[in-house]
Design a protein around this ligand. Structure first.
Ligand code: FES
Length: 336
């Protein structure tokens, strides 16, 4: 079988491209990873993904139709089956040539559609640590930023004092906080102990009295996650899946996990959601303004400061470089 090779210039991994309920069995959907267009559609109850380029003359398969579970190119009507192989060529007399559209592996988890770039060694990351969390709600946002900056921003507590003042964190009750950083393969963990009450509107809405522990987790190459724990249980988890799409944009698909009975978690989610959107808008603004400011300069000079505890790992893992495993925690102290 012949067909173009995988052309996506991104680190190997799973990339979220859509919410599951956005993909239809009637109309193909276009999405992007790293400026490469993909087409998604649903057949036999599964979501399929191909590079959105017909191997014949390169027409957009997403402009075509889905017929009998096959995707039909709008130009000469070639139809490709769920495995990407050419299944029908209208007007052809004789044997069908062995031609294929470029297929990418897909997976669905918690209402999100993942596409594999390269051959990831593990299934898509989801946080399965907490039995008390039965409610996960997918949300999405978008920002014009470097993906490493977006990942770091998601995990960085110090900017919250300034960018999200009184919303995510209050400035009046900072506490000496011990940060324990461990790293193994693609997984890097920062555990913040001793923050106490975070303050701010979001913590109040979560009824978060004492933040006994918060966790920032990076799972390479493109997942950032935060957890807030009270003294006896987890209060909030948000997993952010970052996908570089096109024209310098990064799509952030989030999964918000809340503990408790589902009706209660749902209610809490709808109370929190407007504030999560406001936090996202503030992050969008600072990331975009920082990016456009940096574009005014030729050099890419930046400093990894002593409180940027995850940045070197994010950059190394995304670049496919080795770094020393840290199974014994590295300790940093900061006032949060
Ligand atoms: Fe797709 Fe010709 S370009 S069938």
């Amino acid at each position: 079988m012949t067909g173009p090779t995988n052309p996506i210039p991104a680190p190997t991994g799973w990339y979220v491209v859509a919410k599951e309920n956005e993909v239809s069995a009637k109309k193909p959907m276009r999405c992007w990873i790293h400026d490469i267009p993909l087409v998604l559609y649903r057949t036999d109850g599964e979501i399929r993904a191909f590079v959105d380029r017909c191997p014949h003359r390169g027409a957009k398969l997403s402009d075509g139709k889905i017929r009998d579970g096959k995707i039909e190119c709008p130009y000469h009507g070639w139809r490709f089956g769920p495995d990407g192989a050419l299944a029908e060529m209208p007007c052809l007399v004789g044997t069908l040539p062995r031609i294929s559209a470029t297929k990418l592996e897909t997976a669905v988890a918690r209402g999100l559609v993942f596409v594999a770039v390269g051959q990831p060694a593990e299934p898509p990351y989801t946080n399965d640590e907490f039995d008390e969390i039965q409610f996960w709600r997918p949300i999405r946002g978008e920002v014009k930023a470097d993906i490493a900056d977006a990942l770091e921003n998601f995990l960085d507590p110090t900017h919250t004092i300034f960018v999200h003042r009184q919303l995510v964190r209050s400035v009046t009750n900072s506490n000496r906080t011990r940060v324990e950083i461990t790293a193994q393969d693609q997984h890097v963990l920062a555990r913040y102990l001793g923050e106490g009450q975070a303050g701010g509107v979001v913590a109040a809405l979560m009824n978060e009295k004492d933040r006994a522990l918060s966790v920032g987790r990076f799972v390479g190459p493109n997942v950032a996650e935060v957890e807030f724990h009270g003294p006896s249980s987890v209060n909030f988890v948000m997993t952010g899946y970052m996908t570089p799409t096109r024209d310098g944009l990064v799509s952030g698909f989030g999964l918000v996990g809340l503990p408790g009975p589902k009706w209660w978690a749902r209610l809490k989610f709808w109370l929190l959601y407007p504030w999560i959107k406001l936090v996202h808008a503030q992050d969008q603004k600072i990331l975009q303004r920082t990016r456009s400011n940096n574009e005014a300069f030729q050099d890419k000079r930046q400093i990894v400061g002593p409180l940027d505890v995850l940045r070197n790992y994010i950059d190394a893992i995304r670049a496919g470089k080795n770094y020393p495993a840290a199974t014994e925690p590295r300790i940093v102290e900061m006032n949060l």
